[in-house]
Design a binder for this molecule. Structure first.
Ligand code: UDP
Length: 463
């Protein structure tokens, strides 16, 4: 029997691409041939990440001159303003003829895994008789709760007057929600423009008609919600993560040179000082006023911190970097986040709760200060704090999801995590959960088995 041939097509954002690069490695380990689709501007990042593998990479032209998108921008982290992301996603549909041209050139494809935001790939898959699986990067908890909440829009509209009022959904009576747990874009179509709503609806319909969903998580972490999804909603899911555990250790790669921030963490380790890692993913837009509060909160807390500021400019107009030079480091470049989280001096993570960041933190056994900013991140934060019990929530002043966080609140919660008894308990808990994640991914574990079963079902049985 020929080896399986699997196609991957991630969406043009780092958070959606990185886990599929890890998945590509896992599929190779299962004996599959893997072809990954991308666009020209995204190719260098992907080629560098997979340079030691046999994954074939195909780039197909990305449309240019899109209204509202600067020229040559082909990924969300390069957008000057994240509110423009649906335009980028909608434009991606124009890649369809090139995608189908490429599909035509392959003799046999076992199945394809394409991003949930590339719903148009379902039509191509159907045309060529290829099963399509969807990757959204969401866990079962967030998928199930988003689905349930969007069916109860009236309830959420009624609550508009009071951010702090608590409510439950009949399917999950044990969870108390308030407005802060939902990004308005997820539950209130009125808050979004027509373009966005039509686009999202199209993606959801394509997902419903697809073969299944790949989830970057492990069954034991959220079995109640995985079972609920598969029993009540669907299509069927396969939990095959945490995918970050498939990544190769950086130090083993050729030409490795220790980055300055890792040298700084080494120094902190020698000094015996625990470090809080601060990062909000690849695409969050944070206002200048909020950045000022973060600076003050970190400085007043007195903890050691490594802050990867990413695309958000942290202006040094107030001597901040000089004042904190003994306790803090700011990094403006792209980092290997896993390498930082796995450094033994890192004992806490102030995170926006993008699901990759959560998975990486769990695998590195680091507890989280959960500060969600958009999309399903507030649900991830709820899961981190209330369901898994490995973090504390950073509260906004008005109790809303995307409200302002004052430095006093941040200082308090940072100290609780890094110096308090609560932090110790959370560290114990995350060690257990991280251990379970490793077991799921090891040979014979639930995630390993799920991937094997998927390949068997879609390759061996179709041969
Ligand atoms: N990341 C990284 N280096 C950076 C910034 C981000 O490696 O300098 C990675 C991070 O480890 C994670 C991904 O980018 O794998 C971000 O995904 P996440 O879901 O956490 O957040 P998003 O960027 O999608 O909001």
């Amino acid at each position: 029997m020929a080896s399986p041939h699997i196609l991957l097509f991630p969406f043009m954002s780092k958070g959606h691409t990185i886990p599929l690069l890890h998945l590509a490695r896992l599929l190779l380990r299962c004996g599959a041939a893997v072809t990954l689709f991308t666009t020209p501007a995204n190719r260098p990042f992907i080629s560098a990440a997979l340079s030691d593998t046999t994954v074939s990479i195909i780039d197909i032209p990305f449309p240019q001159n899109i209204d509202g998108i600067p020229p040559h921008v082909e990924s969300t982290d390069k957008l000057p303003d994240m509110s423009q992301w649906p335009r980028l996603a909608i434009a991606a549909k124009l890649m369809k003829p090139y995608f189908e041209q490429a599909l035509n050139s392959f003799p046999r494809i076992s199945f394809m895994i394409t991003d949930g935001f590339l719903g148009w790939t379902l039509e191509s898959a159907q045309k060529f008789g290829i099963p399509r699986l969807v990757y959204y990067g969401m866990n079962h908890f967030s998928m199930s709760l988003s689905a349930v909440a969007s069916q109860s829009r009236q309830l959420l509209t009624d609550l508009e007057v009071d951010n702090n009022k608590l409510f439950s959904f009949p399917s999950f009576p044990w969870i108390k929600f308030s407005k802060k747990d939902f990004d308005p874009a997820f539950v209130d179509p009125e808050s979004q423009d027509k373009l966005h709503n039509e686009y999202i609806l199209e993606q959801l319909q394509a997902t419903e008609k697809s073969y299944g969903i790949i989830v970057n998580g492990f069954y034991e972490l959220e079995s109640v919600y995985a079972d609920y999804w598969n029993r009540e909603i669907g299509p069927k899911t396969w939990c095959v993560g945490p995918l970050c555990l498939a990544a190769p250790p950086r130090k083993k790669q050729e030409n490795y040179r220790t980055p300055s921030w890792i040298q700084w963490l080494d120094m902190k380790q020698e000094e015996g000082k625990p470090v809080l890692y601060v990062a909000f993913g690849s695409q969050a837009d944070i206002s200048r006023e909020q950045i000022k509060q973060i600076k003050t909160g970190l400085e007043k807390s007195g903890v050691n911190f490594l802050w990867v500021v990413g695309k958000n400019q942290v202006e040094d107009d107030d001597g901040f970097e000089y004042r904190v030079k003994d306790s803090g480091m700011l990094v403006k470049e792209w980092v290997d986040q896993r390498e930082i989280l796995e450094h033994s001096s890192v004992q806490g993570f102030l995170s926006h709760c993008g699901w990759n960041s959560v998975m990486e933190s769990i695998c590195a056994k680091v507890p989280i200060l959960a500060w969600p900013m958009m999309a399903e991140q507030p649900l991830n934060a709820k899961m981190v704090v209330e369901e898994i019990g490995i973090g504390l929530r950073v509260e906004t002043s008005d109790g809303s999801m995307n409200g302002f966080v004052k430095w006093e609140k941040l200082e308090k919660v940072v100290k609780e995590l890094m110096e308090g008894e609560i932090g110790k308990e959370l560290r114990k808990k995350v060690k257990q959960v991280g251990g379970a994640a490793g077991e799921a991914m090891a040979e014979g574990g639930s995630s390993w088995n799920a991937l094997k079963e998927l390949i068997h079902e879609l390759h061996a049985e179709r041969e």
